[in-house]
Design a protein around this ligand. Structure first.
Ligand code: HEC
Length: 103
């Protein structure tokens, strides 16, 4: 069965990715999920700011942004004002962006 090594490799890669996420501090992991996947009333930051917050098609680099600036920018920026975050979620996204800057 020639396909087996390919499947085994994919499985290993998937296992490594989730193991890595599981080792993140809880607020960083929660922020990563918000950043990459979904926020209430909208979608993640990733489509605009890039997969590692390095800047993307529609948004600037935001690696290392602190919670104060994120809280300030989201509501006043036309591109992002549709995104509604809870207080705790602002903290989590900021924790993830700080973590990216440090890693
Ligand atoms: C639809 C695209 C889009 C999405 C989604 C988006 N942004 Fe933005 N963001 C932008 C654009 C465009 C700017 C630049 C606005 C400007 O310079 O006037 C920006 C600017 C910012 C800034 C200010 C950067 C600076 O240098 O001061 C921060 C912080 C930020 N975004 C955080 C986020 C976070 C966190 C999320 C996810 C919760 C997010 N953005 C989702 C488009 C987006």
């Amino acid at each position: 069965m020639k396909m087996l090594p390919v499947f085994a490799g994919l499985l290993l890669a998937a296992t490594q990715a989730s193991a890595q996420d599981a080792m993140l501090p809880p607020d960083v992991a929660a922020g990563k999920a918000l950043y990459e996947v979904n926020v209430p009333g909208g979608y993640g930051c990733l489509p605009c700011h890039g997969d590692k917050a390095q800047g993307g098609r529609d948004g600037p680099k935001i690696i290392g942004q602190d919670v104060v600036n994120i809280r300030e920018q989201l509501p006043i920026n036309d591109s992002m004002s549709f995104i509604e975050l809870e207080d705790e979620q602002f903290e989590q996204v900021a924790a993830y962006l700080q973590w990216l800057a440090a890693n």
